[in-house]
Structure formats: structure tokens, C-alpha cells
Design a protein around this ligand. Structure first.
Ligand code: F6R
Length: 617
């Protein structure tokens, strides 16, 4: 979603901001803009389209100031127009502001400001903020002649605001500072040497500093080049904690790949190693986690688990449900975070709550987590982004450790979430009835996962050829059973989000109850046909598709005996332990979707309408 970069220091602010905005492009946006303080004025450029368009307009000779703010906008209130792009400037020309989030009571505020003579140029909710800051500045004793500090005007403004925000503000009477504030929209302060940066995402500032302060909800920062301060809406000073980002700028680089998505697909063996590192017991029979903050005895009190997440992470919850119920014999509920937070579902007393979120900023997942905590439940999280809102608000959790995921379509974060779900199932199973020997076998199987994934990745050229054959299809079905039903859902999601082909995931046997109506020569079905007790049932479902002339792509266990001629294409995957199977089976659908999207000329890393981290409801 929208991205924020602000700079105050000694360098040309527009260059630093444009560099940061380029690194935020992956979040999804439709317009970009920046404002720089120079010669006692605000110089502004903003345009619909890519950051390159903005970069052309913001030539360094025009933008020479050393304090500035920049933004990439993903439209919520108001269409995609130059006027609606950020920064917005107050009608008296004194303040510029960028904003992520939604101001819910902007209608009332706008009415008030109009009655006081302020004017508006855009249809956005954001523009009320800069005008309200201007109003507070002008109202103060000295009549805006050096009266109230910028920080206080912003603070007063935010006290009237309902909704969510991450903002950065400049004022022409405050040449060497910016003010930033957040509520439910991430904001990080990068602390440099004689310079400071504000960003909505660490990747925007990692090229300049690794020392960061994660602002908390309800906090404001006054940011000059040195000696920033943090305080709350009710004027309490906060002692900021400076953290270190552990990954490097290279981790966020494309590294010779055509797309970040391709890079991240091929990084998965290493990512899985990183997720597992140091997390098995010395006797090799179970998993161990440092940050769950629950003792084994407390885990034994748990009767039920509730998982919540969105999108791909929700699919990871479904796989965790399968494995935990199978190996730990504990009942698991899975809910969409967006539904859970409003449907007031009855929860058993001894329920342990888990949320899964790569970004740790998805507003619905955060909302579900807060709702569970409000009801007194303990909430644990699987999360990739260190210092994210979910990581900080959870009662405990497990970091995925897969490095930054830049491709909008999640790949390495997903398989790492599958790995953590499998490890959790093992841990809980070993606290109950899973034997030592079964535990050892399970651990060895997990340790083998990176190697198995590597073997599937070697089939990339074969999968690319299949993608070329079917890239013109208008519909796809993805069909799998048991733990591979969520992978069928994930395959369908991956394909539709990056190639814009209509795709549906279903449990293979459910296909007869509706989706079979879609089947034709133009609608390929991707089947997971893996060895085991339901193999023959899946083969029967394949026969039913074949009888209706539907092309079949079978992702089948090596050596599985499919009737000759049943599948039009076969992608073999290694035979493996049930806990690892969803991980291994994910790779072919990721590659298939990726190559189909490339074949169709789609912008894989920036799919239309999508955002990497969904920070609005
Ligand atoms: C799809 C995808 C999304 C995310 C979802 C949740 O490829 O990436 O469906 O999984 O928006 O995001 P996180 O995990 O950041 O909460």
C-alpha cells in the first residue's frame, strides 16, 4: 500500500527520497509525489504513474533542499489523479503532508475547515490534515508568527482525528525538521549520522542506516537532522529504543533475476534452512522455539487453537490446522482475520490464539489479534518482519527469518510459514502422544525439505514449457485433497494475482459439486496426485475431468502410476513425509503461475490493484 519516505540532513532530499520510493515500489501504488523545503517555500511535484515519472519531474536543479517528504499512493478516497496524489499542501501554502491510512471523520473536519475559509484541491481524506495543522498554527497566540511549534500543531490536529495514519509533515516556518506520527500504520525512524529518515518500511532506508526506531501507535516524532525526540499524543516523552536491522541492502536487491518473485522462489531452500536454524532439540526429536513465552506445562493446558490470517498466510493456517490435528490431535479453528474481528465467535476458555503475517502490518490480522487480546486470550504470531506491529503486540511468537520479501505475490514467506506450522505440530505432538521415534523421523524429514525443494526447482525449464502451452487459458482449476487442498487454493491465488487468469482452488472431490461446469478444452485442471490412501480417489476425479475434455496437469509423486494418457503434463515431485509435502508441492504451482504471468507479459512484481502489505480495511 502507500509508502512514506522523509529526509532531513545534509544531502539533496529529493535524491534520497526518490531512491527510497523506488525501494517501496513493490508495495503497490498508482501515483507518487514529493515536497522539499527550500528558499522559504515548499516545492512540490506529484504525478500518477511510476516513480520514474516523478523522478523526471523532480530534477535536482529544481529540487535542491535538504529537507523533504515523498509518497507512493494506493488510492482509497478519491480516484487516481495528480491532484489526489500526495503530498498535500495546506491552502495557506505553509504545510505539506503525506499520509498512509484512512481518516474516517474527514467529512466533519472538512466542513469545519471550509467554514473557516480553508480550501481543498483534492477529493482525499488526507487534505483535511494539513489544513487542520494550518488552522491550529494560525490560531495560536502569536498568530502563526513563530507561535506554536510544528509538533504541537500536529499533536492538536491528531487529537481530533478518527481513523488510521502514518504521516510526515513539513512547515515552511520550520526549515530543518519534519514531524511524523503513527496510528495503525507502520512508521520507522532511521537514525543516521547528521541525518534522519522516516519511512513506512525498512527497505526504504536500509541503504543509509541500519539503526532504527519503530514508532508505536499514538507516538509522534520531531525529527531534525540530529537529536530527534519521541512523545505521545498526551505529551508524555518517550525514551526511544534504537534497534538494528539485521539484513542488508543486498538482500533487498534483485540480484540478476528477471523479477523479485523469481528470485524469492529460488531462494526457498536457503529460506527454509534459515527458518529451521537452531530450532530442533539436542536429541533431534522435537522442535524448540525461543519466543513463545509459554512453558510446556502451559501448552498442556491448551485444548484448542485458533488461527487467523489473510490471503496466502490464511492458506498457511489451513495447512497448520491439518498437521496439528493430525500429529498433536488438538482441534484447530481457522478464520479469516477480517471476519474473525467482527463476528464475535464463541471461543473456548483454554484456546491459544495464533496469527500468521509475513509483513506483521496487515490491518485485519492486527485487528483480529487485538480483538482476541481484548477478550483476554494469549496471542502468538508467526511473522517475518522484525519489529512489525504484530511482532511487537503479540504475547510471543516465531520469526520466519527469510529476509525481505519484495515480490507482491508471497512465495518464500509462504513456505516458511508452512515450515513453522509443521514444526509447531511436531512440538505440540511431542508434548502429547507423538513418540520419540516418530519425532526423530519427523525432524529428519523437515531437515530434508530444502534438498527436496531444490530438486523440484531443477524442473523449472520443464514447468516453463508447460506454462507456455497453457498461458492462453482463460480459467484454471487447482484441485488437491487434505493438506494439499490449501496448496490448491494457494496455486489458484498465485495464478490469478499475477496473470489475471480466473482460477479456483477446490478439494478435488468437491469439483463435481459445481466447478466441473467450468471444464472445457480451454480450462486446464492442475491436480495434486500424491501417493497415499486417497491417490485412487484423485485419479477418479482426474478421469471425470478428462471425460469432459479438460486438459490435466498432474503434480504427482515420482513413480506414482497414473493411467497412461490421463494427464497431458506431469510434474513429478519427490515422495516425502506428510509434514513436508505441502512445502514441496507449493513449488510447482509457484513456478507455473510465475511463468504463465511472464508468458502473458504481466508485470509480475507489481500486479495491478495489489499491494504487498494491506494496511487499510
Ligand atoms: C498473496 C499475498 C497476500 C498476503 C496477505 C497477508 O500472494 O501475499 O494474500 O498473504 O495480504 O499478508 P501478510 O502475510 O503480510 O499479513
Amino acid at each position: 500500500m502507500c509508502g512514506i519516505v522523509g529526509y532531513v540532513g545534509q544531502q539533496n532530499a529529493s535524491s534520497v527520497i526518490l531512491e527510497g520510493l523506488k525501494r517501496l515500489e513493490y508495495r503497490g501504488y498508482d501515483s507518487a509525489g514529493l515536497a522539499v523545503l527550500q528558499d522559504g517555500k515548499l516545492e512540490v511535484a506529484k504525478h500518477i504513474g511510476r516513480v520514474e515519472v516523478l523522478a523526471k519531474a523532480a530534477a535536482p536543479h529544481r529540487f535542491h533542499g535538504t529537507t523533504g517528504i515523498g509518497h507512493t499512493r494506493w488510492a482509497t478516497h478519491g480516484g487516481v489523479t495528480d491532484a489526489n496524489a500526495h503530498p498535500h499542501v495546506s491552502s495557506d501554502g505553509k504545510f505539506a503532508l503525506i499520509h498512509n491510512g484512512v481518516i474516517e471523520n474527514y467529512g466533519q473536519i472538512k466542513k469545519f475547515l471550509l467554514s473557516r475559509g480553508y480550501t481543498f484541491k483534492s477529493e482525499t481524506d488526507t487534505e483535511v490534515l494539513c489544513n487542520l495543522i494550518a488552522y491550529h498554527y494560525a490560531k495560536e497566540p502569536a498568530g502563526g508568527q513563530g507561535g506554536f511549534p510544528l509538533l504541537e500543531c500536529v499533536r492538536k490536529t491528531l487529537r481530533h482525528v478518527e481513523g488510521t495514519y502514518g504521516i510526515a509533515v513539513l512547515g515552511i516556518d520550520f526549515p530543518d525538521e519534519m514531524v511524523a506520527a503513527r496510528k495503525a500504520s507502520p512508521l520507522i525512524l532511521g537514525v543516521g549520522d547528521g541525518e534522519n529518515i522516516i519511512a513506512s518500511d525498512a527497505s526504504a532506508l536500509i541503504g543509509r542506516t541500519r539503526n532504527v526506531v519503530y514508532l508505536n501507535d499514538g507516538e509522534l516524532a520531531r525529527v531534525p537532522p540530529r537529536n530527534f525526540t519521541v512523545s505521545t499524543l498526551d505529551q508524555t516523552d518517550v525514551s526511544p529504543v534504537v534497534d538494528q536491522i539485521t539484513w542488508s541492502v543486498q538482500d533487498a536487491d534483485i540480484d540478476g533475476h528477471a523479477h523479485f518473485m523469481e528470485k524469492e522462489i529460488f531462494e526457498q531452500p536457503q529460506a527454509l534452512e534459515n527458518t529451521m536454524r537452531g530450532r530442533f532439540s539436542a536429541d533431534g526429536s522435537t522442535a524448540q522455539f525461543g519466543g513463545l513465552n509459554l512453558t510446556p506445562a502451559e501448552f498442556r493446558q491448551v485444548d484448542r487453537l485458533q488461527f487467523c490470517a489473510c490471503g496466502t498466510a490464511w492458506h498457511a493456517c489451513l495447512v497448520a490446522e491439518h498437521l496439528i490435528e493430525r500429529f498433536a490431535r488438538l482441534p484447530v479453528e481457522v478464520d479469516y482475520a477480517s471476519e474473525f474481528r467482527y463476528r464475535n465467535s464463541p471461543l473456548d476458555r483454554n484456546t491459544l490464539f495464533f496469527v500468521i503475517s509475513q509483513s506483521g502490518e496487515t490491518i485485519d490480522t492486527l485487528g483480529a489479534m487485538r480483538e482476541a487480546k481484548r477478550k483476554g486470550y494469549r496471542v502468538l504470531a508467526f511473522n517475518n518482519v522484525v519489529g512489525s506491529s504484530i511482532a511487537r503486540e503479540a504475547d510471543g511468537g516465531i520469526y520466519q527469518h527469510v529476509g525481505p520479501e519484495i515480490g507482491v505475490a508471497s512465495t518464500k514467506a509462504f513456505t516458511s510459514q508452512l515450515m513453522l506450522g509443521a514444526m509447531l505440530a511436531l512440538y505440540l505432538g511431542r508434548l502429547r502422544d507423538l513418540s520419540f521415534n516418530d519425532g526423530v523421523e519427523y525432524v529428519n524429514a523437515l531437515k530434508a525439505a530444502p534438498g527436496l525443494v531444490r530438486r523440484v526447482l531443477e524442473q523449472a525449464p520443464h514447468i516453463r514449457a508447460i506454462a507456455q502451452r497453457f498461458a492462453a487459458a482463460s480459467d484454471f482449476l487447482f484441485l488437491g485433497r487434505l493438506s494439499l487442498h490449501p496448496i490448491a487454493l494457494e496455486g489458484a491465488l498465485k495464478l490469478k494475482e499475477i496473470s489475471y487468469i480466473h482460477a479456483e482452488g477446490y478439494p478435488a472431490a468437491e469439483m463435481k459439486h459445481g466447478p466441473i461446469a467450468l471444464v472445457s478444452e480451454k480450462c486446464p485442471s492442475v491436480f495434486f496426485a500424491v501417493k497415499g490412501e486417497i491417490f485412487n480417489k484423485v485419479v477418479s476425479s482426474m478421469q471425470e475431468i478428462k471425460a469432459r475434455k479438460g486438459p490435466i496437469i498432474a503434480i504427482a509423486t515420482e513413480g506414482a502410476e497414473l493411467p497412461p494418457g490421463l494427464a497431458d503434463e506431469v510434474i513429478p515431485i519427490p515422495d516425502c513425509h506428510e509434514a513436508v509435502l505441502p512445502i514441496v508441492a507449493s513449488i510447482p504451482v509457484q513456478l507455473l503461475s510465475y511463468y504463465i504471468a511472464v508468458e502473458r507479459g504481466c508485470d509480475v512484481d507489481k500486479p495491478r490493484n495489489l499491494a504487498k502489505s494491506v494496511t487499510v480495511e
